[in-house]
Design a protein around this ligand. Structure first.
Ligand code: SF4
Length: 219
């Protein structure tokens, strides 16, 4: 027989509640871009970002709290085992280690989309690094953390009006199996796609990456 004070339930134990996950958004959909394009995936968007890109398309400062059982419910909802952790900037979020542990316990292949400004945990299977110019002055434009560079399997640069293709010379000695992708800023698609196509003619190690989910109007 149990002795002592009242038994705290999951709902009332403040210690347990403080372990809630901060989740900006979570949903099942198709990966819309990059090498996993077209695959069914669980998207988990973590809140907050250390950058301030003017064309950012996510409201990354808001979040809802999910308990671990609520999160596990999402993981079990569908049979696909591809997870996409994105943000905001997921690598600087405090909940990332616990989230990775949970995903691995449920046999997910974990992909992550990062701006490349922080170290990459070992539990991430596939890193897409998308360096940005708008680092709030904390780093030089298009900074990549020394730990993130060798762990990146897919590079993705957003080509906006000011993008200087000369920057891409930094990838001249990358291994052959690394994917190099260029994505036009969505709001100025036509002009910047044309610039990418001209570049790829002479630099075929780079490929065009379109945000297909936006074309077919899915999240
Ligand atoms: S790094 Fe990504 S999430 Fe952060 S402001 Fe830029 S586009 Fe938005």
């Amino acid at each position: 027989m149990r002795v002592g004070g009242p038994v705290l339930t999951f709902e009332t134990d403040p210690c347990v509640l403080s372990k809630d996950f901060q989740i900006n958004d979570i949903f099942w959909t198709l990966q819309g871009e990059g090498v996993h394009s077209g695959q069914r995936a669980l998207f988990i968007r973590l809140p907050f970002c250390n950058y301030d890109c003017p064309w950012c398309d996510t409201e990354y400062n808001s979040f809802k709290k999910l308990t671990e059982p609520e999160l596990v419910h999402w993981l079990k909802q569908e049979p696909a085992r591809l997870a996409v952790i994105t943000g905001g900037e997921p690598l600087v979020h405090k909940d990332l280690p616990r989230l990775l542990k949970l995903l691995k316990e449920h046999n997910f292949y974990v992909t992550c989309e990062t701006n490349g400004s922080a170290p990459v945990p070992a539990d991430i299977d596939f890193v897409t690094c998308s360096p940005k110019a708008f680092t709030k002055g904390k780093f030089e434009p298009y900074y990549v953390h020394p730990d993130a560079y060798p762990k990146t399997k897919q590079w993705k640069y957003v080509v906006d009006d000011n993008f200087d293709f000369g920057l891409l010379e930094r990838h001249a000695k990358d291994p052959q199996d690394i994917i190099h992708a260029l994505s036009p800023e969505f709001g100025k698609m036509k002009k910047n796609t044309q610039r990418i196509l001209e570049f790829i003619k002479l630099n075929p190690q780079w490929r065009l990456s379109l945000q297909t989910h936006k074309w077919i109007d899915i999240p």
